[in-house]
Design a protein around this ligand. Structure first.
Ligand code: HEC
Ligand code: HEC
Length: 289
């Protein structure tokens, strides 16, 4: 505790009365100008917090009612207006017409890329390269439902097995083992037969027996030689492209328990112009027919 105020003999200043081991502290107050700026800042902050949104002082609005969204609203509206003529054209045209018109095509590819990143890349990969577990590549010429403009447009608009859109694509494959349609040895035989399509069968006798199982149970959907069927979305089985894996364990699981890939329908969720742009974009990824 300071007991008495004394003056420092060298500087002539008052001391605060504190001392440590004989060292005395001089009383040097903040400069006045500094102090007033400091008070002004505090006053400014209080006024600001009342006028502009600041939780918990005045909630999300503030007295002035200013919002960031409101501030950018006119800009967004102007942006939308400037795009509207092109969007109207993209809505009215078919994807094939868009692709044939250089200006519309360039616009659709740029916009389609962004719409794809926003809505599709999570499942199909950022470049449409697909992902393990049943998400097909859209950048190759191996199509489940077809790679024409109309086919791609139909798939995007209605989706696959989503139970929400009556025109959704894809039928269900039977669960051959789970539902007792085939025995485990039969499933093994037919798996060997499928491996045989690409010269990978390890048990020739089983593959031979599997051919009969295949003709009877699978060819109606997957085709006599496993060439696939786009009407049903039954994948081609005689190539190296697999939705769920082409090793024997994956095939055994596909045949025994069936797979049912699901894709949402986008008609009604995305602007028809955007669906057209996506169609042109996907068509241009590499496999368009
Ligand atoms: C929730 C995941 C998911 C999302 C999101 C998704 N898809 Fe799909 N998509 C799938 C699945 C799964 C399939 C394959 C369905 C099957 O097994 O038959 C598929 C199939 C397709 C096909 C058919 C490919 C072929 O070979 O015929 C196209 C085209 C397609 N998607 C485009 C899109 C586009 C464009 C978007 C974004 C607007 C999109 N998808 C969003 C999961 C998704
Ligand atoms: C009713 C039609 C139908 C029948 C019959 C059928 N399948 Fe399928 N199969 C499909 C469909 C549709 C898919 C695609 C499922 C998906 O995309 O999610 C499929 C997928 C598969 C796959 C996965 C392919 C991949 O790329 O990963 C295999 C393997 C397969 N079937 C084998 C068979 C075998 C073997 C039989 C006969 C024992 C058979 N299927 C019978 C419709 C059928």
């Amino acid at each position: 505790m300071p007991t008495k105020v004394e003056k420092d003999s060298i500087t002539g200043r008052e001391t605060t009365g504190h001392q440590w081991d004989g060292l005395k502290e001089l009383n040097t107050p903040l400069p006045k100008w500094w102090l007033y700026v400091f008070y002004a800042c505090i006053a400014f902050a209080i006024v600001w917090a009342i006028i502009y949104p600041s939780i918990p002082m005045t909630g999300a609005r503030g007295l002035s009612g200013w919002t960031a969204r409101g501030a950018i609203g006119p800009e967004l509206e102007a942006e939308r207006q400037s795009r509207e003529p092109m969007l109207a054209k993209l809505r009215a045209a078919t994807p094939a017409q868009i692709a044939a018109d250089p200006a519309m095509r360039a616009y659709a590819l740029a916009g389609g890329r962004i719409a794809f990143a926003n809505n599709c890349a999570g499942c199909h990969g950022s470049g449409g390269q697909g992902a393990a577990g049943g998400f097909p590549s859209l950048a190759d010429d191996d199509w489940l439902y077809g790679g024409s403009f109309e086919a791609i447009h139909g798939t995007i608009a209605h989706g696959v097995r989503n139970g929400a859109d009556a025109d959704a694509r894809g039928i269900a494959m039977p669960r051959f083992l789970a539902d007792g349609l085939l025995t485990a040895p039969q499933v093994n035989d037919v798996a060997e037969h499928l491996l045989g399509f690409t010269g990978r069968a390890t048990d020739a006798a089983a593959a031979e027996r599997g051919a009969a199982v295949f003709a009877e149970n699978c060819a109606s959907c997957h085709g006599e030689k496993g060439e696939g069927n786009r009407e049903m979305g039954a994948p081609r089985l005689n190539d190296q492209v697999w939705l769920y894996g082409g090793d024997k364990a994956s095939i055994l699981r596909s045949v025994g328990y069936a797979r049912a890939g699901v894709m949402p329908d986008w008609a009604g969720k995305l602007d028809p112009a955007i669906i057209n742009m996506l169609t042109v974009y996907v068509h241009a990824l590499g496999g368009g027919e």
